[in-house]
Design a protein around this ligand. Structure first.
Ligand code: ADP
Ligand code: MG
Length: 252
C-alpha cells in the first residue's frame, strides 16, 4: 500500500444518475507505466478527470501519495505533482520550441527575461536536457507552428515534464501520428517512465504493445481486467466488449 502512488477505492461518478464510473477499484505502484484501454464511453476520460480533481467522486475515494484528495481543489492537486496532457497539443504556436519550454520551466519569470539570456546556468542545463529528452534539439529555435503534429506532442510532453510532476497523465498521445512519430513518442514515454509514474490512455494497440507492461481494461465504468498485453488480447471478456472482434481489427 505504502508504495502506491494512486489508490482508488469504490469510485462512483454519477452524472444525473448515469454512472460514468461504477465502483471502480484501481491501484498503481510508484514508478509504474500503466496503459488504460477500453471502448468509447468506458469512462477513461472521466477517470483522468477524477484523478486531477476536475470531477469529484460521487462515492468512493481517490488517494494520491497516500492522501485523500476529496477536499483539494484542482490546482492544489496539480501542485501535489500531477500533470495532465490533453489529446490536442496545447503549445504556444508563435513561440519557438525553446521558448515554450523556458516558459514552463520559469513560470514566475517574465516572458522577456527568459528570451534574452538572463536564465541561470542551471536553468539552461535543464532546458538543454529537456530538449534532448524530447529529441528536439535541432528544432529548438524554430517556431512551434513549424513543428509536425508528433513534434508538437513531444514538445507538450516536455512542457509537462518541466513542471516536474510525479504522476503524468497522458490522453491518446499518438492519435493521428505517423508510425515513425508514434515510435518516437513511445520511446519518450518509456524514457520518462524511468523517473516518473505514468498513466497513458491509448487506442493504438501497436503502440500499447510497444510501451506497455501492465494494461487495465475499463468497461462501463469499472475495471474489466488487468494484465500483460498478451493476457488482455487473449481474454475472452475483452474480446467480447470489443464487439467480438480481435482488438487489432477494431482499431485497424
Ligand atoms: P471514454 O473517455 O472512455 O470514451 P468518458 O469518460 O468520456 O468515456 O465518458 C463515459 C460516459 O460518461 C459516457 O457515456 C459519457 O457520455 C458520459 N459522460 C462523460 N462526461 C459527462 C458529463 N459531464 N455529463 C454527462 N455524461 C457524461
Ligand atoms: Mg475519452
Amino acid at each position: 500500500m505504502k508504495n502506491n502512488i494512486l489508490e482508488i477505492e469504490n469510485l462512483t461518478i454519477s452524472f444525473d444518475g448515469f454512472k460514468a464510473l461504477n465502483q471502480l477499484n484501481f491501484s498503481m505502484e510508484t514508478g509504474e507505466l500503466r496503459v488504460i484501454i477500453g471502448p468509447n464511453g468506458a469512462g477513461k476520460t472521466t477517470f483522468l478527470d477524477v484523478i486531477t480533481g476536475k470531477v469529484k467522486p460521487t462515492k468512493g475515494t481517490v488517494a494520491f501519495k497516500g492522501r485523500n484528495q476529496r477536499k483539494l481543489a484542482e490546482h492544489q492537486i496539480a501542485r501535489m505533482g500531477i500533470g495532465r496532457k490533453f489529446q490536442t497539443p496545447r503549445v504556444f504556436l508563435n513561440l519557438t520550441t525553446r521558448e515554450n519550454l523556458a516558459l514552463t520551466l520559469n513560470p514566475r519569470k517574465r516572458l522577456l527575461s527568459s528570451f534574452f539570456g538572463t536564465n541561470s546556468r542551471s536553468e539552461n542545463i535543464s532546458l538543454a536536457g529537456l530538449l534532448e529528452t524530447i529529441d528536439l534539439i535541432e528544432k529548438a529555435d524554430i517556431l512551434a507552428n513549424q513543428l509536425s503534429h508528433g513534434e508538437k506532442q513531444r514538445l507538450e510532453i516536455g512542457m509537462l515534464v518541466a513542471q516536474s510532476p510525479d504522476l503524468l497523465l497522458v490522453d491518446e498521445p499518438v492519435a493521428g501520428l505517423t508510425d515513425e512519430e508514434t515510435e518516437k513518442v513511445g520511446n519518450l514515454l518509456m524514457n520518462l517512465a524511468q523517473s516518473h509514474s505514468i498513466i497513458v490512455i491509448e487506442h493504438d494497440m501497436e503502440f500499447v504493445r510497444q510501451i506497455a507492461h501492465k494494461v487495465t481494461v475499463l468497461h462501463q465504468g469499472s475495471v474489466l481486467c488487468e494484465g500483460s498485453i498478451n493476457d488482455i488480447q487473449n481474454d475472452p471478456r475483452v474480446i467480447e466488449v470489443y464487439l467480438g472482434q480481435p482488438m487489432t481489427n477494431v482499431y485497424a
